[in-house]
Design a protein around this ligand. Structure first.
Ligand code: NAP
Length: 261
């Protein structure tokens, strides 16, 4: 992919990987558009990256996606790359009786329904371009679940399956479909998991994104930075051992919160 002459829309561009993508793609010469829900965070990002274009939009809201499409394609008809990056990860005790039915699937709406709806809305536009791409940000947890974050793990496995299917369906079009299988990294998303993810397990988001950009430039459709590559092999060779490893600290974490409650 030629990223220099591309116009790229990144969902969730105000922090973590999204902010890094915006920073590194602007440095390459791309035109970069970002979204997020929080206007103050968008304004702060605009202050730090003056050439970025910001749009307040909640990826879990279909009406907001329709509105975003109108705004973006009117103002930036050259748009040719979509990066589905926005995501949320919660530590959830599935035995907690306080979990509400309407809230328990929140990550599904953001991490899985969001990218699916974004693709559905933007695909006809992307298909009009000579070169176009969709990059979906999944996770090492798409290959083995992290029981502390059960719904999140399900969304990433679902997004990975959807991404593979989408790639097959678009194989005779000019739209390339990429997957960034991101490893655990030092971003605000990982903060609530500090008790089980020590610093040495967390990759610098700057490096994850640098590898993702190289992958896009080299047309590598599945990109596995850092520990994701190891998780890929472990999930095939020794899935039971990997799940056991990912399950450490779960019983203790929830037993403690049940006692406190
Ligand atoms: N960090 C990790 O260890 C890790 C590992 C593997 C995969 N990932 C994936 O990488 C992606 C980025 O995560 P991150 O670590 O960079 O997280 P982050 O630092 O928490 O950033 C998340 C970004 O998404 C935005 N966002 C959240 N919900 C949104 C919504 N409903 N609509 C629009 N924007 C929304 C946030 O802004 P607002 O809150 O203002 O909306 C923020 O800009 C996610 O898909 C995550 O699952 C992360």
């Amino acid at each position: 992919m030629d990223l220099r002459n591309s116009t790229i829309l990144i969902t969730g561009g105000t922090s973590g990987f999204g902010f890094e993508f915006a920073t590194q793609l602007l440095a390459l010469g791309s035109t970069v558009l970002i979204t997020g829900r929080n206007q103050a965070k968008l304004d702060d990002t605009k202050r730090r990256l003056p050439s970025v274009h910001t749009f307040q939009s909640d990826v879990s809201d279909p009406a907001a996606i329709r509105q975003l499409y109108q705004q973006v394609t009117t103002q930036f008809p050259a748009l040719n790359i979509l990066i589905n990056n926005a995501g949320e990860m919660r530590k959830l005790d599935l035995q907690d009786p306080a979990l509400e039915l309407h809230d328990i699937t929140r990550e599904v709406e953001i991490n899985l329904s969001g990218p699916i709806r974004m693709v559905q809305q933007f695909l006809p536009h992307l298909k009009t371009k000579k070169t176009a791409a969709i990059l979906n940000v999944t996770s090492g947890l798409a290959m083995t679940p992290f029981p502390l974050a059960p719904i999140y793990s399900g969304t990433k496995a679902g997004l990975r399956a959807y991404t593979k299917a989408l790639r097959v369906q678009l194989q005779h079009t000019l739209v390339k479909v990429f997957e960034l299988v991101a490893p655990a990294a030092k971003t605000p998303l990982a903060d609530p998991f500090a008790s089980v993810l020590n610093d040495s397990m967390l990759m610098d988001p700057n490096q994850v994104v640098a590898q993702a950009i190289r992958g896009l430039q080299q047309d590598r459709v599945e990109i596995y930075p850092g520990l994701s590559r190891l998780m890929r092999y472990m999930s095939r060779l020794a899935p039971g051992i990997l799940l056991k490893q990912m399950s450490k600290g779960v019983t203790e974490a929830f037993a403690q919160s049940r006692v406190q409650a």
